[in-house]
Design a protein around this ligand. Sequence first.
Ligand SMILES: [Zn+2]
Length: 188
Amino acid sequence: MSPNESETKPDPQAATGEAGAPPSEEGAAQHEALYDRFAERVREIFDAGQEKSKEAMEKAMEAAREQLSAAGEFSAEQGEVFKRFMNRDLEQTARDMRAVSKEAKERLNPSRLGAGALSSMSRLLEAAGSALQSLSRKAEDALRYSTGDITTAGTLTCTHCGQEVQLKRTAKIPPCPKCHGTEFRKGY
Ligand SMILES: [Zn+2]
């Protein structure tokens, strides 16, 4: 009867409740650490073997995937995704190591990289010597990186607006801070 009914009416929007845990900051950090472990495991297996070919590298990657999978660290599916990420990062790192300036080569020097997957991969490529020079498919074909992928430290450049995003360590790629683009090229 009175016009003050709005005071007691429950707000239907209020029922949606808490947003809950953020989608997974923690999950992302765990994935990043796991990727570092995966890369280091591949390097160890590759190092221990006699053969330093591309095939040996692939075998090392598969063995590392099986080991971490058997240890319950990740699912078979996730292991396959990591292999794909690592193949791409290896190829990008190999390109950078042979194509870039002396200054950038010095930056990629394993002794200067500290821990993490980039360090593992640089050491791995160094140990492989010329055997992995042919990692690239087409040298001019820029490798593509997408928001949500995990990758090693380096500089990403948004293919849409040219904004650079620096990754200081292994990380899950964020959207472009400037245009929210989701596709990048990478270099060091
Ligand atoms: Zn952008």
